[in-house]
Design a protein. Structure first.
Length: 695
């Protein structure tokens, strides 16, 4: 091409006859095209010969004469060993471990290849992936390996293979050579395509040197040396003014609508600008090609419209099929068709995918005490009319001892003479529906129980609120009538106790209301818990009025700084002690706590903490307990005492909300709550364990 352009410049300098110049250009281009075509054909022949030789080598000398590796993959053990070569370690390699040596972009290729062979989808298959030949060094020395796999079955009747034999051949050089040849072929193909389009040559200043006939036709030259084009610079043309830099011209390719008002040009064109540089980097000339694609564009738009219409029609059909498929899958349905003559029944997934076929004798065994069982024996009589039945039967599509509920709709079909050929219909599994009905029944019962409990709660609330109010009002009326200071102090103490009782009752109601409105809010903060615990116990000690009951405080620390919602903890301790006071009339009530590091808990709790990912090395649990020697709790009632409105003794004052609030606090803190009691008459120990951080 450089020689051609040199000749063009020389010829342009001496201004010879234009027809002679064009003839030389045409002859040279023809020579180049002929050479390119021959070159491409030669490369294709070489590539074909190379593939034939490789195929022959694989078939005849795979193990001895080639650089191939042979591996055996045990599907059950998912372990591969070398059969020939040393691609894997001597001990072999696991299937999952092999992915460490396969290029990440090729993982899916290898997975699908193994899946097709391991599932029996194919007996022979092949794929190409990249393997790191540096082994354990992991240096990323990627080589292209062609893997040809053959599945081995235990016997001729085997469903799934037991081994996969893989022959791996290094195809790196071949693949790289093919890429290089493809790039070269693309360049020559570009030259070949340009011979069919408009061509022009410009000098380094953008001045037109010469054009071919096709170029003059597309741009409506008024003469072979049209001044409009020859006197204008390529860099000044409106189309290229903002795209080309005359200091450094780069290759440019684009499609546009070309409009040249002065020459009446108005068409869609495909343009390519290709600069040619000397060895020293100086711009030598510029080649410019143009092709009129107006008709192609019109055809493309028409084809696009046709394709769009066809696609919409196919989408409508596919949507219809998908809707039917979705309906049957969602409703857990299978379509069936029975043949009266062959006495067989074929089941389908969707409308066309066959699931299985069974004879009437086999089908009868699936029905237990169902009209369909007798109907299959007397087929002509029973199925001659449309039927819908709910039947309990053995599963049709999987092996199981469980029974399932199915709705079976059957419709007979006849020939032109009115003779019944068979039946068709659907089998719909309604186990979920039956279970939902049962759940609905249970939920209805629970709702009724909840309504009853709420009614009891309202009655209790009326009583619980009236009791302290009556005491407050009554003793308030008596107070002015008393004369001695001791009597007034005693009355004031009674009034204060009832006020405190009323306040606790209102707090419980507010806590339940906040729980229903979105849960209890926990606000942890750093606190000196040892001191706070002493303050809480000092307050709780005042609630123990029985002379025969001793209040014991167990504080094992002089100082314990932790992060916790101390207000919620005080609420829990208050409820624990209040319950203990109600049911303990002699003995003691002991309140205590301790900090447990993460390792002190059970293995199960430790595992849950590790999964949550919120504990640090200084984290642990704050274990708080309230032990009493009161009435105790029977074993059968211990599981439900943390539910709402539950009271084991209706004659004891309270709403049955305190322990349910404590459980809600424990759940909000991601902690645990429980009770330990040997039974009625043996006392009980209520405890709560809250995750926290020790400072």
């Amino acid at each position: 091409m450089t020689i051609l352009l040199s000749h063009i410049q020389i010829l342009a300098a001496i201004q010879p006859d234009l027809s002679s110049v064009l003839m030389v250009v045409v002859i040279f281009i023809a020579f180049v095209l002929t050479w390119a075509v021959n070159r491409i054909n030669l490369l294709r022949i070489r590539q074909g010969v190379s593939k034939i030789k490789e195929t022959s080598a694989i078939m005849q000398h795979t193990l001895d004469m080639s650089k191939s590796y042979v591996l055996m993959l045990d599907i059950r053990q998912q372990h591969a060993v070398n059969m020939h070569g040393d691609l894997l370690p001597d001990s072999g390699m696991g299937y999952k471990e092999s992915f460490d040596f396969i290029h990440p972009d090729d993982h899916h290729i290898y997975q699908e290849f193994i899946k097709r062979l391991a599932t029996g989808e194919k007996e022979m298959d092949e794929c190409i992936f990249r393997w790191d030949m540096s082994g354990e060094k992991r240096l990323g020395h990627w080589r292209y390996l062609e893997d040809q796999g053959i599945a081995e079955y235990a016997n001729a009747a085997g469903i799934r293979p037991i081994h996969i034999f893989c022959t791996l051949t290094d195809r790196t050089e071949q693949i790289l050579l093919e890429k290089e040849e493809q790039e070269m072929a693309n360049k020559y193909r570009l030259i070949f395509e340009q011979s069919l389009i408009g061509l022009a040559f410009y000098d380094k200043d953008g001045r037109l040197l010469t054009t071919n006939k096709k170029m003059r036709e597309i741009l409506n030259f008024q003469s072979e040396k049209d001044p409009y084009y020859y006197e204008s610079s390529l860099f000044d043309m409106p189309t290229f003014r903002d795209l080309l830099n005359n200091r450094h011209v780069e290759e440019l390719y684009f499609c546009t609508k070309s409009i040249v008002i002065e020459r009446g040009v108005n068409c869609y064109t495909e343009m390519r600008v290709h600069p040619i540089y000397k060895d020293d980097g100086e711009l030598y000339c510029i080649t410019f090609s143009i092709r009129d694609v107006t008709q192609e564009r019109e055809l493309y738009l028409q084809n696009k419209k046709n394709s769009h219409d066809i696609r919409k029609a196919n989408e409508a059909i596919q949507q219809y099929e998908n809707e039917i498929q979705y309906l049957m899958e969602t409703c857990n349905m299978r379509f069936f068709r029975c043949s009266r003559a062959e006495r067989t029944c074929t089941f389908y997934k969707g409308m066309t995918t066959e699931v299985n076929t069974m004879g009437f004798d086999e089908l009868i065994e699936h029905f237990v005490d169902s009209p369909f069982r007798q109907g299959l024996v007397d087929y002509d009589t029973y199925f001659s009319v449309q039927r819908t039945d709910l039947t309990k039967m053995h599963p049709l599509f999987h092996e199981s001892d469980e029974m399932q509920w199915n709705f079976i709709d059957s419709v007979p079909f006849f020939d032109e003479n009115g003779e019944m050929l068979g039946t068709y219909g659907i089998v719909r599994n309604v186990n979920d529906l039956i279970e939902k009905q049962e759940q609905l029944k249970q939920e209805t019962e629970r709702a009724n129980d909840s309504g009853r409990l709420k009614s009891v709660f309202m009655a209790n609330m009326t009583h619980e609120i009236r009791t302290p109010l009556n005491s407050i009002v009554g003793f308030s009326d008596v107070l002015p009538m008393l004369s001695t200071l001791e009597e007034k102090q005693e009355i004031i103490r009674v009034i204060m106790n009832n006020c405190d009782m009323l306040m606790r009752l209102i707090n419980d109601i507010l806590a339940i209301s906040s729980l229903d409105a979105g849960g209890i809010r926990i606000e942890p903060a750093e606190v000196e818990f040892a001191k706070s615990f002493d303050d809480i116990c000092e307050s709780m000690k005042q609630r123990v009025q029985e002379p025969s009951v001793e209040f014991i405080k167990e504080n094992p620390y002089d100082s314990l700084v932790t992060v916790i919602d101390v207000a919620r903890i005080q609420q829990v301790i208050t409820n624990f002690v209040t319950n203990a006071v109600k049911y303990t009339h002699e003995g003691h009530i002991k309140v205590g706590y301790r900090f447990e590091e993460s390792g002190d808990r059970s293995q199960e709790s430790g595992d849950r903490s590790q999964e949550s990912g919120v504990r640090s090395q200084e984290s642990g649990d704050l274990y708080i307990y309230c032990e009493d020697t009161g009435a105790g709790i029977p074993k059968e009632h211990q599981a439900k005492i943390f539910e709402r409105f539950v009271k084991l003794n209706d004659f004891i004052q309270g709403t049955g909300l305190g322990l349910s609030i404590c459980k809600a606090i424990a759940d909000a803190c991601q902690g645990e709550i429980g009770v330990d009691s040997e039974g009625e008459g043996h006392g009980s120990t209520f405890w709560i364990r809250i995750p926290c951080e020790k400072k």
